[in-house]
Write a protein that binds this ligand. Structure first.
Ligand code: HEM
Ligand SMILES: CC(C)=CCC/C(C)=C/CC/C(C)=C/COP(=O)(O)OP(=O)(O)O
Length: 304
């Protein structure tokens, strides 16, 4: 019995490896941004069944996209220090097992969205999967240092997906939330890419610090944090959010810009990774503040 279990584990890989394939922490943050999209779309609480199915559907399709990324990137993952022990790169899960797993997640996620939420959300979420797993991972990532800028659109989609799940239609407010994540992605990723520059150079990935150097990347990061600050003001300017959001967004973005400033003008060995770690806190807290603002809304000072 014990031997059979052991063999089975070897043949199929362990549940931990399958969990790792789904990039669970990234998916958790993606789902949080989708929830905020759902809750901001209507004044009270959205229908709980729709919320549950949309959360599962968006989460499952994102997880499937992440698993496909592991398959496509297995050769470069095996060579980079940060990723060399990933399940497919190490051979603990075969490509066909990972693809079968991704197809299972994707088809069940799509079915939940299509049958239980609405067709618009189902197709847009599938398009995001395609954008990340195919357009970004297979082509853009290997083609241009603008890879993550363009590819970032797929990861920025969840608030819009949440919004359409609840309302069945697109809305300018949801696009503002997409713009926030879209502008946040370059400083998020390039801070890490500065730290991992040599890894990316080794596998010939044209990431910005490899193609344009570290000094140029630091300037780009600083400019993006300034743009992000401006984009984060838009929800307040158009009357979508109130003063709680304005205050939270200003504090978070000032801190993010301080990280970028330090990275550019007063760099220390741990600064790039400190900025990368803060980027995750920044986005998570920003979206929680959007929620708080929505439910305790203090009207914009100039009224609506
Ligand atoms: C094209 C867009 C993006 C790129 C290239 C990118 C890149 C990365 C990379 C390379 C890591 C791995 C860091 C490591 O292994 O130490 C990472 C971590 C992370 N990313 Fe992104 N990211 C993108 C978009 C996003 C989006 C849209 C979100 C969420 C809304 C997100 C959330 C996270 C989180 C939570 C982590 C930490 C994961 C962990 O600690 O295991 N990322 N990102
Ligand atoms: C359906 C939907 C919303 C899809 C979006 C899916 C998704 C997982 C987006 C996050 C983007 C991300 C983690 C990029 C890193 O890829 P990388 O290959 O540059 O990083 P790696 O080297 O760590 O794999």
């Amino acid at each position: 019995m014990a031997i059979a279990k052991q063999l089975n584990r070897h043949a199929l890989g362990s549940w931990r490896d399958y969990l790792e394939l789904t990039k669970p922490k990234v998916v958790a943050l993606l789902v949080l941004t989708a929830w905020v999209g759902m809750m901001l779309a209507v004044p009270g609480l959205p229908d709980l069944t729709v919320m549950l199915l949309a959360t599962l559907g968006i989460g499952l399709l994102s997880a499937a996209a992440a698993a496909l990324n592991h398959v496509v990137d297995q050769k470069i993952d095996a060579k980079m220090a940060r990723t060399h022990s990933r399940p497919v790169a190490k051979g603990r899960i075969s490509s066909s097992q990972a693809i079968a797993f991704a197809l299972l997640l994707a088809s069940s996620g799509f079915a939940m969205l299509y049958l239980g939420v609405n067709a618009l959300t189902a197709w847009l979420t599938l398009l995001s999967l395609f954008g990340y797993a195919v357009v970004y991972t297979m082509f853009l990532k290997r083609a241009t240092p603008q890879n993550i800028v363009i590819g970032g659109l797929a990861g920025a989609m969840p608030p819009l997906l949440g919004w359409t799940a609840v309302t069945g239609e697109l809305h300018g407010y949801a696009l503002l939330l997409v713009m926030i994540i879209f502008t946040w992605t370059p400083p998020h990723f390039w801070a890490l890419a500065i730290h991992r520059r040599d890894d990316y150079a080794k596998v010939n990935m044209p990431m910005l610090p490899v193609t344009h150097g570290i000094a140029f990347t630091k300037s780009a990061i600083l400019l993006y944090t300034i743009m992000l600050f401006i984009v984060c003001l838009l929800p307040y300017v158009v009357g979508m959010t109130g003063l709680i959001y304005l205050l939270g967004a200003c504090l978070l973005n000032l801190r993010f810009m301080q990280h970028a400033w330090r990275l550019k003008f007063a760099d220390t060995p741990g600064q790039a990774m400190a900025m990368f770690r803060f980027s995750i806190v920044h986005l998570m807290v920003l979206f929680l503040v959007l929620l708080l603002d929505h439910y305790l809304k203090i009207a914009p000072i100039y009224g609506q």
